[in-house]
Design a binder for this molecule. Structure first.
Ligand SMILES: Nc1nc2c(c(=O)[nH]1)N[C@H]1C(S)=C(S)[C@@H](COP(=O)(O)OP(=O)(O)OC[C@H]3O[C@@H](n4cnc5c(=O)[nH]c(N)nc54)[C@H](O)[C@@H]3O)O[C@H]1N2
Ligand SMILES: Nc1nc2c(c(=O)[nH]1)N[C@H]1C(S)=C(S)[C@@H](COP(=O)(O)OP(=O)(O)OC[C@H]3O[C@@H](n4cnc5c(=O)[nH]c(N)nc54)[C@H](O)[C@@H]3O)O[C@H]1N2
Ligand SMILES: [Mo]
Length: 732
């Protein structure tokens, strides 16, 4: 399939030279090629990168014919992407050419009115720039400008927005992350930071436990590695309340009661201690506090107790513990899904402790693998290169990204000075992705000017005053790292920018220019760098050296490079904790109000007589949050949200497959089609979060903003318990 792909530039006739020349800057990086059937067409292939918030962060090869993207595929040079994309990735050409794209800057007469009017970039910058300057003149600072930005595009250059904000003054910032903070704190307390082994080394494992992750949907390329391990004789176990598509490929699926994973891990520890299967030598050499932990387990935990809590038979817990402690090497993959609970952080610490008790950390094919940020050594130039603009306050004002609406309303309703008068939303769809969507709508309405930079007219854009068109990755430059594997991908333009779209850093530069023309020195953000210059500024020599190259252009020539040395995380035994050891006993944890030890914390108790069925709202296979499922190509595959429920629950409620069902929580309700399946627990329902075009469905109308137990230490704010919402279910 990739026979035509070549590292060298294959020029057939003069036209191809034109294509290459047209790219400007580091043109040699595009490897042009023509094939027999392309006649006189200009065909070239370009390296792009899927920039979504996904484990896989795939290196993409884009085939462009006469300036039009024909198809995309995975880069075979990247052994994680492995020459393939996921179902979402393959729809990129449609995303680029979708008629639904935001094409021009537009202004809406009233939020939610749908009455949009096209304006020029100059007009848009004028309205926004004047508003910012007015706010600054009134208050002496720009805290009245709020930024909500997260994960729609993880290109490091999008940090230009943060940089531009600092360049006109202090602002109100959303702090924290909805993804993974509870687990980050856990691993920071235990090991000093998050650091997983190169997932490609799982192929060498003899046992893999995937604990609360669903890679068949959420990290498709990891399934290939798991399959490889299986072929090498590895036993694969999935632990999840739901029999997921991933679990269906396992050697063993263990159905656990939701939010009780800590009890299972600790029950396994008790069995291991009873049978003297712990790794005493490793514990003595590499950890502190293990005697206290062992004491805690022996005094408080039994396998029977764990069986009672988790709903897993004691015999199964014992067998799993025995296999885990006696199989070398054994890897655990701790998913983000399982930490979206009020006790999620405590559960991750218990699993970490299980791995450490068996000395299963720092060895090839082993580990308690959660995530990593070690390969993200960019300069963050787009954010920090411009000088900050001083004003009459000392710092930004931080609100919780996971409680955004309530925090913003708290400021604006209580006339806390200064109110938020301008909200800038980029790479973010709070109306769809935040819990308590009803409240988010109120928060939007409390702001005088909401500006959203996006590609589609989604729910957040609908509630904005101005929308600015963001280009896709195929129309700009980018640098991308993963929080899971160790590849870095370069992204260069495959086509010209469509319509009037721009990328975020270009928008930052444009606004800066405009502000300074209205009022000199009102914004210090650099406004005259080319995209190539921004890319060059992102990588220091030391950083490039880690990846084995020395000139910034190399990453665009190769498309993808990997940093070496992470096959087995923590192999050097140098944990980044205060003691330098694995800390069963963590003063840092205690300093944040958590227990010193990885003890069991009870799941959120629900005693509500009406809303007493747990609703989980995990991630969807045909969408990445609010992206992709809205495309017509995807709608052809699937186009209707649904609620999954077990036949037992369905029978209790008199519901049959296909019935319309009302799912209500204390804050809102949804009407959905029932999908009756034994794959979900008997006493829970599962609804996947996604944005469908022309459909009012939004699962977050019923999801409550309940904080997780951890996240504050490493990310500033706690995580959010997306799976701790309780609902009632009835046939309509
Ligand atoms: N109920 C429930 N809710 C959840 C979750 C859950 O499990 N259950 N999961 C949570 C998690 S883990 C996450 S990470 C969040 C994700 O929340 P978000 O980060 O808001 O997620 P996305 O929908 O991926 O992206 C937001 C927007 O970015 C836009 N975008 C794409 N590219 C660009 C660009 O180049 N520039 C700009 N300016 N915009 C761009 C997209 O079109 C999209 O509208 O959702 C959370 N919400
Ligand atoms: N297709 C697709 N891929 C994605 C995303 C997407 O939206 N769609 N989102 C991306 C992002 S931002 C993220 S954060 C990751 C998330 O990646 P994952 O962590 O794999 O995904 P989730 O859907 O959040 O949850 C995974 C599993 O956790 C299970 N789970 C929930 N509660 C518990 C529990 O208490 N115990 C156990 N053992 N399991 C539990 C759920 O049933 C689910 O099967 O995926 C990324 N990849
Ligand atoms: Mo996420």
């Amino acid at each position: 399939m990739h026979a035509e792909i070549t590292r060298r530039t294959f020029l057939k006739g003069a036209a191809a030279t034109g294509v290459l020349a047209g790219l400007g800057g580091v043109t040699a990086s595009s490897f042009a090629t023509t094939s027999a059937d392309s006649g006189s067409k200009n065909v070239k292939q370009v390296y792009n990168c899927c920039p979504r918030n996904c484990y896989d962060t795939c290196s993409v090869i884009t085939t462009v014919e006469d300036g039009v993207i024909k198809f995309v595929t995975g880069n075979p040079e990247n052994t994680y992407t492995n020459g393939r994309l996921c179902v979402k990735g393959y729809t990129y050409p449609r995303r680029v050419y979708s008629p639904d794209r935001v094409k021009y800057p537009m202004k809406q007469t009233a939020k939610g009115s749908g009455k949009w009017e096209q304006i020029t970039w100059d007009e848009a910058f004028e309205i926004i720039g004047r508003k910012i300057i007015d706010i600054r003149n009134e208050y002496g600072n720009t805290l009245g400008v709020c930024l909500n930005k997260y994960s729609g595009n993880f290109n490091v250059l999008t940090y230009g927005i943060e940089g531009m904000m600092a360049s006109f003054g202090h602002t109100t910032r959303c702090q924290g992350t909805p993804c993974w903070p509870a687990g980050i704190d856990s691993q920071t307390f235990d090991m000093g930071t998050i650091l997983n082994s190169d997932p490609e080394s799982f192929a060498l494992s003899k046992m893999i436990i995937v604990w609360g992750a669903n890679p068949a949907w959420c990290s498709v390329h990891s399934m290939h590695i798991i399959q490889k391990a299986k072929e090498n004789g590895c036993k694969v176990v999935f632990i999840d309340p739901v029999m997921t598509a991933s679990a269906s490929k396992a050697d063993e699926f263990i159905e656990i009661k939701t939010s009780t994973d800590g009890a299972l891990a600790l029950g396994m520890c008790r069995y291991i201690l009873d049978h003297n299967l712990q790794d005493d030598a490793w514990l003595e050499a590499n950890s502190i506090g293990y005697k206290d932990f062992i004491d805690y387990v022996n005094k408080n935990i039994t396998v029977e107790w764990a069986a009672e809590k988790t709903g897993i038979p004691a015999k199964v817990i014992e067998r799993l513990a025995h296999e885990y402690a006696t199989t070398q090497p054994a890897a655990i993959w701790i998913g983000y899904g399982m930490q979206r609970h009020a006790n999620g952080g405590a559960n991750v610490r218990a699993i970490d402790a299980l791995a450490a008790l068996c000395g299963n950390v720092g060895k090839l094919g082993a580990g308690a693998n959660y995530a990593q940020l070690d390969s993200w050594g960019f300069n963050y130039a787009a954010q920090v290169d411009s000088p900050a603009n001083p004003d009459n306050v000392a710092s930004d004002r931080f609100i919780n990204i996971n409680n955004f609406a309530a925090d913003l309303l708290d400021i604006n309703n209580n006339t806390k000075n200064p109110p938020v008068k301008l909200l800038w939303v980029a790479c973010r769809n709070p109306m769809s992705q935040d819990p308590e969507a009803g409240l988010v709508e109120k928060a939007y309405k409390s702001v005088e000017l909401v500006v959203t930079v996006d590609q589609f007219f989604n729910k957040s854009v609908e509630m904005s005053d101005i929308v600015l068109p963001a280009c896709t990755i195929f129309e700009t430059w980018g640098l991308h790292a993963s929080y899971w594997h160790y590849w870095m991908n370069g992204n260069e333009p495959a086509i010209e920018q469509m319509y009037e779209s721009k990328c975020d850093v270009e928008i930052a530069m444009g606004l800066s220019k405009k502000m300074n023309s209205i009022q000199p020195d009102s914004c210090t953000y650099i406004s005259d760098r080319t995209m190539e210059e921004w890319c060059a500024r992102e990588m220091s020599s030391a950083f490039m050296q880690k990846f084995g190259f020395s000139d910034w252009k190399e990453i665009f020539k190769k498309g993808t490079v990997k940093v070496k040395g992470y096959d087995a995380a923590w192999a050097d035994g140098k944990f980044r904790t205060p003691s330098g050891k694995y800390e069963f006993y963590s003063q840092l944890a205690a300093s944040t109000g958590n227990h010193l030890l990885p003890v069991y914390r009870e799941a959120l108790q629900n005693n509500d007589p009406v809303y007493n069925i747990r609703a989980m709202t995990p991630h969807w296979k045909y969408g990445l949050h609010s992206q992709f499922q809205n495309l017509d190509w995807m709608a052809d595959l699937h186009n209707e949200p649904f609620v999954e429920m077990n036949p037992v629950l369905a029978a209790q409620k008199g519901i049959q497959d296909g019935d319309a069902v009302k799912v209500a929580s204390s804050i809102g309700h949804l009407v959905l089609k029932a999908r009756v399946t034994a794959n979900v627990p008997k006493d829970e329902v599962v609804i996947y979060e996604a944005w469908y075009k022309d459909n009012p469905f939004n699962v977050n109308y019923i999801v409550k903003a309940i904080p997780a137990d951890m996240g504050v230490y490493a990310t500033g704010k706690p995580g959010v318990s997306f799976h701790d919402t309780f609902v009632s279910v009835e046939k309509v």
